[in-house]
Design a binder for this molecule. Structure first.
Ligand SMILES: [Cu+2]
Length: 334
């Protein structure tokens, strides 16, 4: 009896193991293929990644379908403040914009439920953009350093894709006197150190609400890094880096958009003489010959550096101050 039973038990266990392996295989097929090569959390450099072009994500296509004609709009921005050549006294620069043009329902506003909505990208010097939603109130750039600055603004969609019609982009140059100092903490009027600029904005919003019967939403703004204008010529080709920026999580990290603004420069695929060269993590250079966003998939978790440069047909950099070559770090969390 035992002679028969033992081989049977061995057979049974083998079958069980095989079944377990097979189901593991199936489970892996549904997750990313890179699971095995993902480095441990302590490794600073991300695993080798192979990026490929992919379609505009379905989520965005669905959103576009719901927006009616908005994506065919031609919004036109104008600087109310600061004006070209203005001198601003003090380290807080109020940005006020007027929006006109063929709007077709386009209106910057943050949906309180989703935290999303049409907005304006605001770029001080060549810092990463800030999102500006409520044009009824100025956007406060705080702790701006003394000296000359540029401000670039352009109309954007909820998924950060810019409008590319001529009026959608504006740029001014201005000078700050008595600007902010990076070595000093930001303070309130009373001299108290503010722990968090968001909180201070909320406090002033609440104070306004108490004074009048209609609640005033907190003013949007940003405590900016120290920077100054690059020596640029507004009549020369100018590449403005927009996306990617910041942190990408979950489904948003699957396909990441590269988007930029071009002034005074037409790309070769659009009948012009320029190209946009991009690279990720210092890898192989790729070229964009049409002015439109692309989406890349295949990103690994961790930090990545994206570089965008304006070049001529021969691949030589086209300089305009130092704005035409920009690198940004992004972070992906699965
Ligand atoms: Cu945006």
């Amino acid at each position: 009896m035992r002679r028969i039973l033992l081989p049977l038990v061995v057979l049974f266990i083998t079958a069980l193991l095989l079944a377990a392996c097979a189901s593991d295989d199936n489970a892996n097929r549904n997750t990313t293929a890179t699971t095995n090569v993902t480095p441990p959390a302590t490794t600073p450099t991300p695993a080798a990644q192979s990026l490929t072009l992919t379609d505009r994500p379905q989520k965005i296509k669905d959103e576009m379908a719901k927006r009616g004609e908005q994506d065919e709009a031609a919004p036109s921005l104008r600087f109310v403040e600061p004006r070209e050549g203005a001198t601003v006294n003090g380290s807080t620069v109020n940005v006020k914009l007027a929006l006109a043009g063929e709007l077709k329902g386009y209106k910057p506003a943050k949906d309180p439920a989703t935290g999303m909505g049409n907005h304006i990208h605001v770029i001080l010097d060549n810092q990463p953009y800030e999102a500006y939603y409520n044009l009824d109130q100025p956007f406060e750039l705080r702790n701006v350093s003394e000296g000359k600055h540029t401000l670039r603004v352009f109309a954007s969609r909820p998924w950060h894709e810019s409008y590319k019609n001529a009026g959608a982009f504006q740029m001014v140059t201005f000078t700050v006197k008595g600007g902010g100092d990076a070595s000093k903490p930001t303070t309130t009027n009373g001299g108290q150190v503010m722990a968090d600029n968001k909180n201070s904005a909320n406090k002033s919003g609440n104070a306004n609400a108490a004074a009048s019967s209609t609640p005033t939403p907190p003013r949007e703004g940003k405590d900016v890094a120290q920077s100054n204008a690059s020596d640029i010529d507004a009549k020369k080709p100018l590449l403005t880096y927009s996306r990617p920026k910041g942190e990408y999580k979950g489904a948003d990290a699957e396909a990441i958009m590269i988007d930029f603004w071009l002034l005074n420069a037409k790309l070769s695929g659009d009948g012009g003489e320029y190209r946009v060269r991009y690279s990720v993590d210092g890898g192989e250079a790729k070229f964009l010959d049409k002015w439109e966003p692309i989406w890349l998939k295949g990103w690994t978790a961790g930090k990545h550096t994206v570089k965008l440069e304006l070049v001529d047909k021969a691949g030589n950099p086209v300089a305009n101050g130092d704005y035409n070559s920009t690198s940004r770090d992004i972070t992906l969390t699965p």
